[in-house]
Design a protein around this ligand. Structure first.
Ligand SMILES: Cc1cc2nc3c(=O)[nH]c(=O)nc-3n(C[C@H](O)[C@H](O)[C@H](O)COP(=O)(O)OP(=O)(O)OC[C@H]3O[C@@H](n4cnc5c(N)ncnc54)[C@H](O)[C@@H]3O)c2cc1C
Length: 303
């Protein structure tokens, strides 16, 4: 990235929030991925807006990263600007039963805040290891809940630089999808509508769900959660298991022995290993059952 661009950016974002050739393995839960030319963590919405404006003016490629928990970034990295809203992480109560969370707030933090305020409805998301910004884009869900059920509205910065408030309907939430996924919108915050409940019961539900995750999921290894979307009428993990792929590996990338729906990094996997494994699993499941598995994990950079 040329030094003129970096100088412009230093006028907007403080120097300690600008990282040059930043290894993405530090920012993805797979713990893989080569360098991003620039990795920026704007300190507030004004900085974020100015960064977005500059990037648009210069025509630079950009990508918004949340907690990197659903990303596979190429070993060659990302030639462009990674924008991380993780410093925008405030969580506040609005009225009796609503929570306003900035994009970089973690689901775990929001769940704890909801519990402490005796608000029920967010328990399902406590163990989803991402930001609320990522959760809005993905319509993240688990244990019968999904963001669609609790989102009142979402504040975004459009690719044209316009601040917009999108209602739940405008978001067009679908299965691990939303109207703004992959379209260059930046989620700034989400207003969540919950219900009054009992702190004790909320706490118990959260503990129960955390235990379920620990029992069923290979949380001891880096991963990006479920690698594939659930194909209609099937479960990806069951198809993979039935194709005889439990424990199947490419390098240090492995179909989890514990949960076949997860690809895990056993230590030194590269993104290429993970990509090759995903491809092989997809091919073998198709040839065994004629079902096409579609990755839930988002690929970033060249593969
Ligand atoms: C162990 C484990 C368990 C998981 N379990 C679940 C589960 O139960 N249910 C589930 O749905 N998912 C699950 N996941 C996947 C993942 O946590 C979710 O998809 C999560 O919502 C991604 O959020 P993130 O902040 O990490 O986003 P990232 O992975 O960083 O990004 C995901 C997408 O969101 C976009 N994005 C992120 N933030 C913003 C923003 N502020 N503005 C615009 N775009 C943005 C990115 O550009 C990208 O397209 C799991 C992952 C792991 C590792």
């Amino acid at each position: 990235m040329n030094s003129e661009i970096i100088a412009y950016l230093k006028d907007i974002v403080s120097e300690e929030n600008i990282y040059i050739d930043e290894p993405m393995s530090r920012h993805t839960t797979f713990r893989t991925g080569g360098p991003a030319s620039l990795f920026l963590c704007p300190g507030n919405v004004q900085e974020l807006e100015k960064v977005a404006l500059l990037i648009r003016k210069l025509g630079l490629p950009y990508f918004i990263i949340g907690n990197g928990s659903n990303l596979l970034v190429s070993d060659a990295g990302f030639e462009g600007v990674m924008i991380s809203p993780t410093r925008l992480d405030s969580i506040s109560l609005v009225g009796e039963n609503k929570i306003l969370a900035q994009a970089g707030a973690l689901n775990s933090g929001i769940a704890a805040f909801a519990r402490d305020n005796s608000l029920t409805g967010f328990e399902f998301a406590a163990g989803i290891p991402g930001t609320i910004g990522g959760a809005m884009i993905m319509n993240a869900g688990a244990y019968g809940g999904e963001m669609k059920m609790i989102t009142e509205q979402v504040d975004v910065l459009s690719p044209e630089g316009e601040f917009m408030t999108l209602s739940n309907d405008n978001m067009e939430f679908g299965y691990r999808n939303s109207a703004i996924k992959g379209r260059g919108y930046i989620v700034l915050s989400a207003l969540l509508k919950l219900k009054k409940g009992s702190e004790k019961e909320i706490s118990e539900t959260m503990k129960e769900l955390a235990l379920k995750r620990k029992e069923k999921q290979p949380l001891e290894y880096p991963s990006a959660g479920s690698t594939f979307k659930r194909p209609e009428g099937y479960f990806a993990g069951k198809l993979i298991e039935d194709a005889g792929l439990r424990g199947f590996s490419v390098g240090d990338a492995q179909v989890s022995e514990k949960h076949c729906g997860f690809v895990v990094n056993k230590g030194n996997a590269t993104s290429s290993d993970i990509y090759a494994l995903i491809k092989e699993v997809k091919d073998r499941v198709y040839s065994s059952f004629g079902v096409t598995l579609e990755p839930e994990v988002i690929m970033v950079g060249e593969f």
